[in-house]
Design a protein around this ligand. Structure first.
Ligand SMILES: Cc1ncc(CN)c(N)n1
Length: 232
């Protein structure tokens, strides 16, 4: 079995738990508290900023223009397209997007961002891509599942969110396939022990995806620290 497929198989139990999370179920049912939506958007804005920077680090570790182009395309996608699902949540919550772009970083966001930065700082290209793949993978699976279940009806206020992420998979050379191909190509260079470490990095990101929904649903902040507003 290809290494990328081994990763997805290992991540299945976490994906199933994500499907059952009340935040995710709320997207399917078109019903979520305003506080959960605004907390999510504020944190996701911060998370996606980190994601862009880690893609930039992946470009630094790339050895071909073809690899560089994959990451450059994704940076463009986050900057210019992935604002739409944020707008959807903001519209439903009745909040202006601009007011959520400097929120103090919550602990789950800090952990996830630092996990990706660590891969960029100390890892190879495969570590970075493994830490980043659960992001598009889980969202695409969530959205496709909702489409299959017929949840993207006109009366679901989160239809634009579902359609946006489900659409990502229709591209022939979709980002996910490119990431799997890259993982499988790079995996050839390593022994089993090293690949087990990569798998752990992937699974930690899967768990942090679950945690990201959970912290927004519960609006989990720091217990003692009052973190500053973010300006980057
Ligand atoms: C935390 C998180 N994970 C995934 C995605 C989908 N790119 C996102 N926007 N935010």
């Amino acid at each position: 079995m290809k290494f990328s497929q081994q990763l997805l198989e290992a991540g299945q139990p976490i994906l199933q738990a994500i499907y059952q999370h009340p935040f995710v179920e709320g997207i399917g049912n078109g019903d979520l508290p305003k506080e959960a939506l605004t907390f999510y958007v504020g944190q996701d804005y911060n998370y996606l900023n980190a994601f862009i920077k880690v893609y930039a680090a992946a470009i630094q570790k790339s050895q071909t223009r073809a690899d560089m182009a994959i990451f450059a395309k994704q940076i463009d996608f986050i900057l210019n397209s992935e604002i739409h699902p944020h707008h959807n949540f903001c519209n439903v919550a009745g909040v202006k997007y601009e007011t959520l772009q400097h929120e103090p970083q919550a602990p789950g966001t800090y952990l996830y961002n630092e996990h990706m930065y660590r891969a960029a700082r100390t890892g190879d290209l495969i570590d970075i891509v493994a830490a980043m793949t659960p992001c598009p993978w889980t969202y695409l699976e969530i959205a496709n599942r909702f489409v299959k279940q017929g949840k993207n009806t006109d009366d679901n206020v989160f239809k634009p969110w579902i359609d946006f992420y489900a659409d990502m998979s229709h591209d022939e050379d979709s980002i996910l396939q490119q990431m799997y191909d890259l993982i499988d190509r790079e995996a050839e260079k390593y022994d089993q022990h090293r690949l087990d470490i990569v798998k752990e990095e992937f699974l930690k990101s899967c768990e942090m995806e679950w945690k990201f929904w959970d912290q927004a649903y519960k609006q989990t902040g720091w217990r003692f620290v009052k973190p500053m507003k973010q300006y980057y």
